[in-house]
Design a protein around this ligand. Sequence first.
Ligand code: SAH
Length: 272
Amino acid sequence: MTDDANANAPTEPQSPKSLGRKVLRPTLQPRDLLTEAPEWVGTWTAQIITLFPEAFPGVLGESLTGKALRDNQWALRTIHLRDFGVGKHRNVDDTPAGGGAGMVIRPDVLDAAIQHAGSFARGHMPLIYLSPRGKRFDQAMAREWASYDGLTMICGRFEGIDQRVIDAYRIQEVSLGDFVLTGGEIAAQAMIDATVRLLPGVLGNAESIEDESHSNGLLEHPQYTRPAEWRGLSIPEVLMSGHHGNIEKWRKEKAEEITKERRPDMWERYRD
Ligand code: SAH
């Protein structure tokens, strides 16, 4: 990871002086400031408030998202909730008001972490709380998020977070799906992955985004590769024909067939 990507520390904000979207970064040699063009740092940034900063970048550090992170095509900043905990033990949670099992993350502690995150935020970087009660994440949301300057995501643990913080900041709750995880970290990584791969330049081949499942209302057609024959099974002939028109037609037909069969809900919407 780069320094930028690992601006992980609970230390003082090191936010560079902002000149609109362009930012002058202080360097050890002030002369640079005068002679060099301002560095472009309009980089899409995910800020993550979490009790497990070491879980990041996790799988996002691999493959295309990892390379893009190292190339500063996007940036990641983790904010350790524990640093804002109270008392000798830096407590972040307490028992639920009204009784019941588990623990709830305290509003004052989370508020301090959100304020800290806010000191780095620029442009449009909405606050998102990963939550099974939220609106379900989908490709349209990923596309919208990719058009922002970034996001600040709150990963819950235990029974979740105090409702007053959600209300006070009007935090948007977003769910990975209809199941319950032990924490928001995996959900955050899944959503960041889906978003970052839509940023210009992150995937080598922009066309692969246009065709794939969920981008055009259909699930994707089947894919094949070498060897041409495997266990007596061959690749559909049309794909070996080199006839682009026929290949396109076959792929569209297959995509429609699969969508109709597996996702009647998507098929209905597609036909309308
Ligand atoms: N008591 C809560 C669940 C808490 S699970 C409830 O019933 O709604 C602990 C944390 O895991 C949550 O605060 C949330 O951040 C995260 N989490 C769990 N399931 C999730 C999902 N489907 N999508 C996104 N985040 C989830």
